[in-house]
Structures are given as C-alpha cells and as structure tokens.
Design a protein around this ligand. Structure first.
Ligand code: PRP
Ligand code: HPA
Length: 176
C-alpha cells in the first residue's frame, strides 16, 4: 500500500521477508569469514540502527559493536558536508573492523570517513551495507558484504528517513 510522508508519496519496494533473508545471508558470510576472530563493528548513525540491530542478532562469533554519528542528507539531497556529531571512542589499531551502513548512495560519507579510520591502522577494514545505489556513485566504495543493489531512487524505511520521518517503517519504500 502506498504511503504519504511530508509532501511525497512512497510505494512498497522491499518486504520484511526480503530484508530478513538478506540480513541473514550477510550475517552468515561474516560468521564464516571471521571464525576465530573478534571483529569490531562500527555502525554509522542514524540510518544504520535497524540494520545493525538485526545483523548483530544473527552473529555467532565473538564481536563488539560501537556507534558513530555522521550525517550529510537534508530532505532528499546530500548537503555535500559530512558532519561528525558523535565521534569514535574506541582504539582501532590492530583490530578487524567492519563498518555498518544502511545505504551507500553517492559514496561521499564513506569516502570522507574511511581515511580517518585507516589512519588508526586497523588490521583489516571491511564494509557491510544493506543497500547500494551503483548508478548514483560519485565516490567509488568497495562494499564487502552487501544486501541489495538498488536503482537510483530515494528510499524510505528500515532506518532510512525523509526529513526525519519514516525510519520506523519495517519495510523499505521507494519514491513513487
Ligand atoms: O553515500 P552517501 O551519498 O554519502 O549517502 C549515504 C549516507 O546517507 C545516509 O545518512 P544521512 O546523511 O542521511 O544521515 P542519517 O543516517 O542520520 O539519516 C546514510 O545513512 C549514509 O550514511
Ligand atoms: O535513498 C535514500 N533515502 C534516505 N536517506 C538516504 N541517504 C542516502 N540515500 C538515501
């Protein structure tokens, strides 16, 4: 069923079943690749909170989670400025690090953030993202664990917002 958020209409795109299946697949790949290791997950707020929570519940390895808050989107557009609102409080030197993102769109957020992380010399640094818009890429980012490749249309729900609203939706919607 279509929904209205602020001034825009959105139609269903990915169901809870679709999302659940891909979250479990990504988790099983991570469980396989990090057997015997103790990775640190860094989830990027706000958008990633739901994906991070569901992914984390499926992990069977010893692992840690921390959050940072970066933001660049206002409404449906990137402002081009990445603001760090809550920084990292954990040492990365020698750690196996996995970044958790809800979506990689233009790639700008991660292209600015990753060099700061490499600077701390982690043993390894990988990216897990639920969604990727390959056609929107302006800053190429290699995603190691990906849920869905999606068309270049604005998405809403499962953590993703339109001007603050819609993050609570269980399904993912796209702009009609
Ligand atoms: O690849 P990009 O074009 O940089 O877009 C991806 C970023 O945009 C969203 O964050 P946003 O800035 O909307 O903040 P939010 O997570 O608090 O909604 C999303 O959570 C990613 O961090
Ligand atoms: O498609 C999107 N929807 C919501 N927030 C976003 N941030 C980057 N891309 C998107």
């Amino acid at each position: 069923m279509a929904i209205q958020v602020h001034d825009k209409k959105f139609t269903p795109y990915l169901s809870t079943g679709d999302i659940d299946q891909e979250v479990k697949r990504v988790a099983s790949e991570i469980n396989r690749d990090y057997q015997g290791k103790h990775p640190l997950f860094i989830a990027i707020l706000n958008g990633s909170f739901m994906f991070a929570s569901d992914l984390f519940k499926e992990l069977t390895i010893d692992t840690e989670l921390c959050f940072i808050k970066l933001a660049s989107y206002k409404g449906m557009k990137s402002t081009g400025h990445i603001i760090t609102a809550i920084g990292l409080d954990t040492e990365l030197f020698g750690r196996d690090v996995i970044i958790v993102e809800d979506i990689v769109d233009t790639g700008k957020t991660l292209s600015e953030f990753l060099p700061q992380l490499y600077h701390q010399q982690p043993a390894s640094l990988k990216i897990a993202a639920l969604l990727h818009k390959p056609e929107a890429t302006r800053y190429p980012i290699h995603i190691d664990y990906l849920g869905f490749s999606v068309p270049d249309k604005f998405l809403l729900g499962y953590g993703l917002d339109y001007d603050g609203l819609g993050r609570n939706l269980k399904e993912i919607y796209q702009l009609a």
